[in-house]
Design a protein around this ligand. Structure first.
Ligand code: ATP
Ligand code: MTE
Length: 180
């Protein structure tokens, strides 16, 4: 089968000590899933994971998901400056390439809403044929950040050899050069 014409596999990883311990209910993961289900019109399988903060645990889970053939991973939480916030370090541990424009654009969009957005060290990276995008933990940040960058995601997935995805143009007009 043509590698790109298959059901896309997306993982949403919530990184939060308290959500993982059941102290509060995870709202970021379900929020990201709802956003994707409203936006992506081609077939997708979405898996959700909740894990505690920590560089090694996050990196290990990302490696597993990449080896499992996941096309896109959204990681929410642990991007801030506090000692337990180590998601960017974990993501860089598994990265083959960084795409700094994703973090720049997500922070720009978030800064229009909250001045504390500058505290998020979010970014995006590629490992093998997987795109990994980090998002802040605050559930309200999910839509702001995905709205800001998702137009570039389908073509990025094409370029790295991941599954092809289509979006509802009324929500996100995906950028693809003519003929792609
Ligand atoms: N996944 C989530 N689901 C629901 N609320 C969240 C989630 N992540 C963060 N929040 C909310 O946003 C607030 C600030 O987010 P922040 O990322 O600083 O959480 P945190 O205190 O680092 O979480 P934790 O200690 O569990 O890792 C939290 O106190 C919580 O109310
Ligand atoms: N859109 C948006 N971005 C945001 C926020 C927010 O509320 N909305 N919170 C900020 C704050 S307060 C922090 S500390 C950082 C990092 O959050 P994280 O550690 O949960 O990833 O994200 C920032 N980015």
């Amino acid at each position: 089968m043509d590698g790109q014409r298959r059901t896309a596999r997306i993982a949403i990883v919530t990184v939060s000590d308290r959500a993982a311990a059941g102290i509060y209910e995870d709202k970021g993961g379900p929020g990201a899933e709802a956003w994707l289900r409203e936006t992506v019109t081609s077939p997708v399988e979405i898996a959700r994971h909740i894990i505690p903060d920590g560089r090694e645990g996050v990196a290990a889970r990302l490696r597993e998901l990449v080896e499992d053939g996941t096309d896109l991973i959204l990681v929410t939480g642990g991007t801030g400056p506090a000692p337990r916030d180590q998601t960017p370090e974990a993501v860089m541990d598994v990265a083959e390439k960084e795409l700094p424009g994703f973090g720049e654009e997500m922070r720009r969009a978030s800064l229009a809403e909250v001045p504390t957005a500058i505290l998020s060290r979010q970014t995006a990276v590629i490992r093998d044929a997987t795109l990994i995008i980090t998002l802040p933990g605050k559930p309200a940040a999910i839509a702001t950040c995905l709205d800001a960058v998702f137009a570039a995601v389908p073509y990025c997935l094409d370029l790295i050899g991941a599954a092809r995805i289509e979006t509802d143009p009324n929500r996100i007009e995906a950028f693809r050069p003519k003929g792609a």
